[in-house]
Write a new protein. Sequence first.
Length: 92
Amino acid sequence: MGQAKLGRTRGHRRALFRNLVTALFAHERIETTEAKARECRPIAEQLITLAKRGDLHARRQAAAFILDEDVLKRLFDEIGPRYADRSGGYTR
């Protein structure tokens, strides 16, 4: 089905999703449009799955998307272990 363009170029869209997902992990709640939230959800789910794995490679993969070190640390130290027993469906 593809990805919604949201009236932005590819780079602008990637930066938007990066900022929204970083804000989601920093504040654990964001207010945005339904279309943007629908597109960010799989990215956030994948990053939480990486945080659950918790190894060095997973941390480096997540660091390629989340540039804020404090948010990355919070993702791996707090958010990942919180969902250790849940297999998917972290964002609701």
